[in-house]
Design a protein around this ligand. Structure first.
Ligand SMILES: [Zn+2]
Length: 430
């Protein structure tokens, strides 16, 4: 017998373009999808979806979740001022308690807006991992290596120590995974990239990297290496293992071809790129070249939310506007970036991102009863162009309900908010 049956749903399985099923049921056993069809097999628990949309949970492929403590703290600054005068000084003051509090607040926001899994680059990840474990989300966690000074010693770097600890404690296969990370081309020399790449190779880990986010960074790489950031990373063998690279706003055609050839993924972060005035990534061209493009929110300090529905809609709209072609990124492609492609980027292909037999039951339910969802000629279009994160009614990971009808079932949200306001905010404002 099934553990759970979700019945009377409009199911978007994300298994093929334009596919959806009306009056359908999804069955779950031992945390995995065990039934998909129009019957109602017996189950211990039955959830009546009442005509709501049921689809795979969303994947946020680039986040700095704990930066939630800086939500709205530094808006409308030029990028360099934002980073060097506002963000870095606060980050130097944040202690582990503040970082964990920010990460928990961010997870509450992600769960409530339909995200089931996130790729996160920040500090204190072994402590954050304990909270992910408790709350029940999926995460690929890393602490990015930066080596800006001449006397950089990896043995004394917190990022190196944390990465090793994460790899030892969680490995690279479970619900919580350790990723390796090079912050960006301009924040460390090739010897350090090679060092990080060695761990990634040994552990079988994905490497998270920021790439060609700004014009300054992209052009600067030519003076530093005589090559674009992507070509420079490739020269030192960094792309020979799976890489998840954020932004790619300034990628050239040859970079896209290279990333496609190496099987690297790009986490497109349109809200952050617009807010920081970095530019617009050409995701239609990337897709054309064969790059796996997924979506990320980036940190809340440059967004200011973790609601992936904003990225889904904006990614489609920007792509159309940039190409002067409304067919450039259709709704299904936008939704695929937030699910199927995100799963691939996280090394979770075949595990999550689809509602298909044997996949983990990482499922969300979206309300279709509100005025802005009526009428609904095409559920895929409704999710992409009409829905908001606040329309999410249920979020489930591996068959466990984390959020239902406005309630968080695995965490104390009031406590999370209190910890941020009482502990983290005074540090930010210090
Ligand atoms: Zn970032």
């Amino acid at each position: 017998m099934l553990d759970t049956l979700i019945k009377n749903a409009v199911v978007i399985p994300m298994t093929g373009e334009g596919e959806y099923m009306k009056n359908a049921s999804v069955g779950i056993k031992d945390g995995k999808i065990a039934y998909l069809g129009h019957d109602a097999p017996e189950a211990e628990r039955v959830i009546d979806a009442d005509g709501n949309i049921v689809m795979p949970g969303l994947i946020n492929a680039h986040a700095h979740t704990a930066m939630c403590v800086m939500r709205g703290y530094a808006d409308d600054y030029a990028l360099q001022d934002w980073l060097y005068k506002k963000v870095f000084p606060v980050e130097a003051r944040l202690d582990e308690e503040a970082i964990v509090a920010g990460a928990v607040l961010g997870m509450a926001e992600m769960i409530a807006s339909g995200t089931v899994s996130f790729s996160d680059m920040y500090f204190c990840q072994p402590a954050v991992a304990k909270e992910v474990e408790r709350i029940g989300m999926k995460a690929n966690l890393c602490n990015a290596v930066l080596a800006l000074s001449e006397d950089y010693d990896p043995e004394k770097d917190r990022a190196v120590i944390e990465t090793r600890k994460l790899i030892a404690e969680y490995g690279v296969k479970g619900r919580i995974r350790a990723d390796a990370s090079i912050h960006a081309e301009y924040t460390s020399p090739p010897e350090i990239w090679k060092l990080v790449h060695e761990w990634a190779k040994d552990a079988g880990a994905i490497t998270q990297i920021h790439i060609s986010e700004t014009k300054t960074e992209h052009e600067g790489s030519y003076s530093r290496h005589g090559l674009s950031p992507a070509a420079a990373f490739d020269k030192y063998g960094i792309l020979s293992t799976p890489a998840l690279m954020a932004h790619g706003v300034w990628l050239e055609e040859s970079d896209m071809e290279l990333l496609a050839k190496r099987g690297a993924s790009i986490a497109h972060c349109p809200v952050s790129n617009l807010k920081l005035g970095s530019g617009m990534a050409d995701i239609a061209a990337m897709r054309e070249a064969g790059v796996n493009v997924c979506l990320g929110t980036d940190g809340v300090c440059s967004n200011n939310s973790l609601d992936l529905f904003e990225e889904i809609k904006l990614s489609a709209l920007l792509s159309k506007g940039e190409a002067l072609d409304p067919t450039a990124t259709p709704a299904y492609e936008a939704l695929k970036m937030a699910t199927v492609n995100g799963a691939k980027a996280q090394g979770r292909e075949g595990e999550t991102g689809m509602i298909a037999m044997g996949y983990d039951a990482d499922i969300i339910m979206i309300d279709t009863h509100a005025p802005h969802m009526k009428p609904m000629y095409d559920p895929i279009s409704a999710v992409v162009y009409s829905a908001h994160g606040s329309d999410v009614k249920m979020t489930m990971v591996e068959g466990r309900i984390l959020y239902m009808n406005g309630e968080w079932l695995t965490m104390d949200v009031e406590d999370a908010i209190r910890r941020v306001e009482e502990h983290a905010v005074p540090i930010v404002l210090a």
